[in-house]
Design a protein around this ligand. Structure first.
Ligand code: APR
Length: 320
């Protein structure tokens, strides 16, 4: 059986880490694509040379032409620019929208059967633009945010309670931004819900509130420390978990920016929710029952995503 093919569009910090993880896990052969000449080729060669040491068999190559992504089973998109000082939200949207347009056209032409994972920010809007541009079925195009935001939440909880991260399970709902909704009621340690753990004295409400806020600010905290870039290790790990669930038909339940068609009262929008990822892509959206407070936070987050998508539509209309 031929190996799977994974195309990474964008060979920057996240793209390079994705390639490394995909190779280490032997998920398939990897193509790194970028507009910057030499970068994808150089990273691919460097990574390939780690193969004999690590003992993985995967072909790694770099390219500046979209024909290289032909026949990819999975495409993970990180192409774009980050917001720089002095750049407005609309400036950033305008630039990354154009990038998503080019990437979408490349996918449509060369690998229309792929499962596509978007990471480029602002995530919830960019995954919508990318889906529009590539025209693939909505269940084959998702955004990576929830696995990362939940991982941050799980890390902080595990650290606070002194337990293994493996035993902490948690979901984050809504958009990828400061309105995201970490679902405290559904977070557990080995099946024990957080509200019970508060009663058991494992964590205080006050500390939990601080962790929820730190999770919401998780990306900004890292930007503040790195100063010249944003997080890339955990974002890459998160997207690889999604790709692996698709390629191996694992049917993992992972929070992703998924196309909602009435779930949670949202119709026709990409918003973060837990979904089952298997060989058909997003196979099911898991609809949790939310209490009034959670629903209000979720609605606020959906409002923020709608605002971003509308800003994209306005920009597109202006440049048409
Ligand atoms: N086509 C292909 N690649 C492009 C294009 C384009 N039109 N425009 C820019 N790129 C490439 C850049 O050359 C760069 O190599 O995208 C890459 C982005 O890499 P980094 O700047 O290192 O960014 P990274 O940290 O990988 O994050 C990528 O993910 O989390 C989000 O906010 C983050 O939107 C950003 C994206």
């Amino acid at each position: 059986m031929a190996r799977n093919k994974i195309a990474l569009v964008g060979a920057g910090n996240i793209g390079g880490t994705l390639a490394h993880l995909a190779a280490l896990k032997e998920l398939g052969d990897v193509v790194l694509f970028d507009i910057a000449e030499g970068i994808p080729q150089g990273k691919a060669l460097d990574l390939a040379q780690s193969g004999p040491v690590e003992g993985f068999d995967a072909k790694l190559s770099g390219a500046n032409d979209y024909s290289a992504i032909a026949g990819a089973d999975v495409v993970i998109v990180t192409a774009g620019v980050a917001r720089k000082p002095g750049m407005s939200r609309d400036d950033l949207l305008g630039i990354n929208m154009k990038v998503m347009g080019q990437v979408g056209a490349g996918i449509k032409q060369h690998c229309p059967d792929a499962f596509v994972i978007c990471i480029t920010n602002p995530l919830d809007a960019m995954v919508w633009v990318l889906r529009e541009a590539c025209g693939l079925p909505h269940e084959k195009v998702v955004g990576m945010a929830g696995v990362l935001d939940s991982a941050r939440f799980r890390h902080f909880l595990a650290e606070e309670m002194g337990v293994s991260v493996e035993d902490v399970s948690a979901f984050v709902l809504g958009g990828h931004g400061d309105t995201m909704v970490p679902t405290v009621r559904y977070a557990t340690v080995a099946g024990i819900p957080l509200p019970d753990l508060i009663k058991m004295g494992w964590i205080s409400q006050e500390t939990l509130d601080q962790i929820v806020q730190r999770t919401r600010d998780g990306g900004a905290e890292i930007v503040g420390l790195l100063k010249t870039g944003s997080a890339f290790y955990a974002p890459a790990s998160s997207a690889i978990a999604m790709a692996e669930s698709y390629l191996k038909d694992k049917k993992r339940v992972l929070p992703c920016a998924a196309w909602l068609k009435g779930e949670y009262g949202v119709d026709g929008l990409y918003v973060g929710a837990p979904v089952v990822i298997g060989a058909k892509g997003v196979e099911r959206v898991v609809e949790l029952s939310l209490n009034a407070e959670e629903q209000a936070m979720f609605d606020k987050s959906v409002g923020a995503v709608k605002g971003l998508v509308q800003a994209c539509k306005d920009l597109a209309a202006k440049s048409a």
